[in-house]
Design a protein around this ligand. Structure first.
Ligand SMILES: [Zn+2]
Length: 558
């Protein structure tokens, strides 16, 4: 007898093929039958009017810390995600020795947008090495399936301690890092990740360690994957990291390379397309290279207590080392403001574009300013006869930096984003789930692709959108037995209503350790999410009795 049969659903099998109207049967965690078949089942669901697809694979998450206290990697499973790839951008918490835990958390609190209190209260440090980390999360149990990169900054901090964010590595240090990468790959890491991005800073604005690596170190650590003959390379590039240089790393390692984060900017509208052209050219030369693109506009909700959006700007760098009292003084200083205005007037690839019509007052701290809520900084500044920089800083200072702003930073040009999503060299990714928690939530990127882009905007057939969320990432990472609806595959399933699928309005919730807040964006149109054949989420979100049905994935076929 089957454990489950889902009847009368429209089946999107993940290959991009036209959907068919059939039944699907599950037995012992795997898909046991598809099509028209007889057979009793312990549970039967009539899914008339609904669609069934493989669970979404989210290739760009940062759940490394959270998964140690929240095995379900909330909110991803309720948003249709059945497999998460962690450890992106080089930010892993393993390996890590006890004396370096505080340094690691101080780095993470910044790039992950999570309070230090939340990390200190939350992280279970029951490991030192990367293999011990994988063993620990496996022992504790995970809700979705989990795969993890071994991260450059984690490895660098392990070997170089405080010096990791200060200098180039010696030959001996590089050799030790290389051994750790190899050890992690043998234990089941899915690849090696790193970042060059100017946006990636630790406490007090010190760069994340991997940004200090020279070419020798990059070649040696990427090359470790050649020795192991497996795994994927992943880099979040900087505005001035040339794709041909990344290609040289891919060539030296003879491994596939995923290049992030290709987000479209109105200041440099051709830059992401040039990156994709370089990637296409590399592929013509036989390299397996892919660009990671996003289906979501990059919206940030922030106060100037945590001005992550501005921290990629050179003018802002000195402020990152200051106390808040000093920051307030600096924000009022004409010289700082002049430098900021000058930098924003230049066209460059950066996170904050300076488009003041896309920045808004979300919530004023002073009730007397409530009339500004929902209005753009550009409109408010024009009315006040002020420069937008002065208007924003004066308003924030007058409210003790408590003013809540929202800004759309990148990916706001829909025709450009549409072109990128359809690019054959692009992987739809970049949810950053588990990071930037106080600023945004794109964990529902997959539902957004299905509902907004495929259904509403008709950018691509629904079957193609499903393929981009399932079999494409499964093939790229070499995840076997998942990503398509096939007999014998694991029953990672998403049952949804094609007419209403999407993501709801975001809201702030306070469910992190130490009462810290995050932004949540609930699912629309999701009727059921199964991981390895077991129901973890339904129309009401993650089930109260959700099983830890996921597996720690350690075997990859690339
Ligand atoms: Zn990232």
């Amino acid at each position: 007898m089957l454990d489950l049969r889902i009847d009368n659903a429209l089946l999107y099998d993940g290959t991009g093929a036209e959907p068919g109207g059939h039944s699907l049967g599950v037995k012992d965690g795997r898909i046991a039958a598809i099509g028209r078949f007889e057979g009793e089942a312990a549970q039967r669901i009539d899914a008339s009017g609904l669609a069934l697809m493989p669970g979404i694979i989210d290739t760009h998450t940062h759940y490394d810390a959270q998964i140690t206290w929240d095995g379900f990697a909330n909110p991803s499973p309720a948003l249709g995600v059945t497999t998460v790839i962690m450890g992106n951008c080089g930010f892993t918490i393993a390996p890590c020795r006890p004396p370096d835990r505080d340094l690691t958390m101080r780095n993470l609190t910044h790039v992950e947008g999570m309070s230090l209190d939340a990390l200190r209260a939350g992280i279970d440090w029951g490991f030192e090495s990367f293999p011990e980390y994988l063993d620990m999360i496996e022992r504790k149990g995970v809700g979705p399936n989990v795969a993890c990169f071994v991260g450059h900054s984690g490895v660098r901090t392990f070997v170089m301690r405080q010096d990791a964010a200060k200098r180039a590595a010696t030959a001996d240090e590089v050799a030790r890092m290389r051994r750790i990468v190899l050890e992690a790959m043998e234990a089941g890491a899915c690849g090696f990740s790193t970042t060059r991005s100017y946006q990636h800073n630790g406490e007090a604005g010190i760069p994340m360690p991997s940004r200090l690596a020279d070419d020798q170190e990059m070649l040696a650590l990427s090359g470790a994957l050649r020795e192991g003959r497996k795994g994927l390379l992943m880099m979040t590039k900087a505005s001035d990291t040339p794709v041909p240089w990344i290609e040289s790393l891919a060539a030296a390692a003879d491994r596939p390379y995923l290049v992030a984060a290709l987000l479209h900017s109105n200041l440099t509208p051709e830059a992401t397309f040039e990156d994709l052209q370089h990637i296409a050219a590399a592929r013509n030369r036989g390299r397996q290279m892919y660009g990671a693109v996003s289906a979501c506009p990059l919206n940030f909700e922030f106060t100037l207590h945590e001005p992550y959006v501005f921290e990629g700007l050179a003018a802002w760098q000195p402020l990152m080392k200051m106390s808040e009292a000093e920051v307030k003084k600096a924000l009022a200083a004409p010289a700082f403001r002049a430098r900021l205005k000058e930098e924003l007037s230049k066209r460059a690839r950066r996170m904050f574009t300076g488009e003041w019509d896309k920045a808004f007052v979300a919530q004023a701290a002073d009730p007397g300013n409530a009339g500004m809520e929902g209005q753009s900084i550009e409109a408010l500044a024009r009315r006040a006869g002020a420069h937008p920089v002065d208007f924003l800083l004066d308003l924030a200072l007058s409210e003790d930096l408590d003013t809540l702003f929202t800004a759309t930073l990148l990916n706001s040009d829909e025709s450009a984003v549409g072109r990128m999503l359809k690019d054959p060299n692009a992987i739809v990714s970049l949810s950053d789930a588990g990071a930037h928690l106080t600023f945004l939530c794109d964990a529902g990127f997959g539902l957004h692709l299905l509902g907004y882009w495929a259904r509403d905007k008709k950018l691509m057939p629904l079957a193609s959108a499903v393929r981009k969320l399932t079999s494409e990432p499964a093939r790229l990472f070499g995840i076997r037995g998942r990503g398509t609806l096939e007999v014998g595959n694991w029953a990672d399933l998403l049952l949804f209503d094609p007419g209403s699928v999407g993501r709801g309005a975001s809201k702030r919730v306070y469910d992190l350790p130490a009462g810290a807040s995050r932004i949540d964006s609930p699912a629309l149109g999701v009727h059921g999410v199964w991981v390895n054949g077991r129901l973890v989420a339904d129309r009401d979100g993650l089930r109260k009795d959700a099983p830890r049905a996921g597996r720690v994935l350690r075997e990859f076929s690339v």
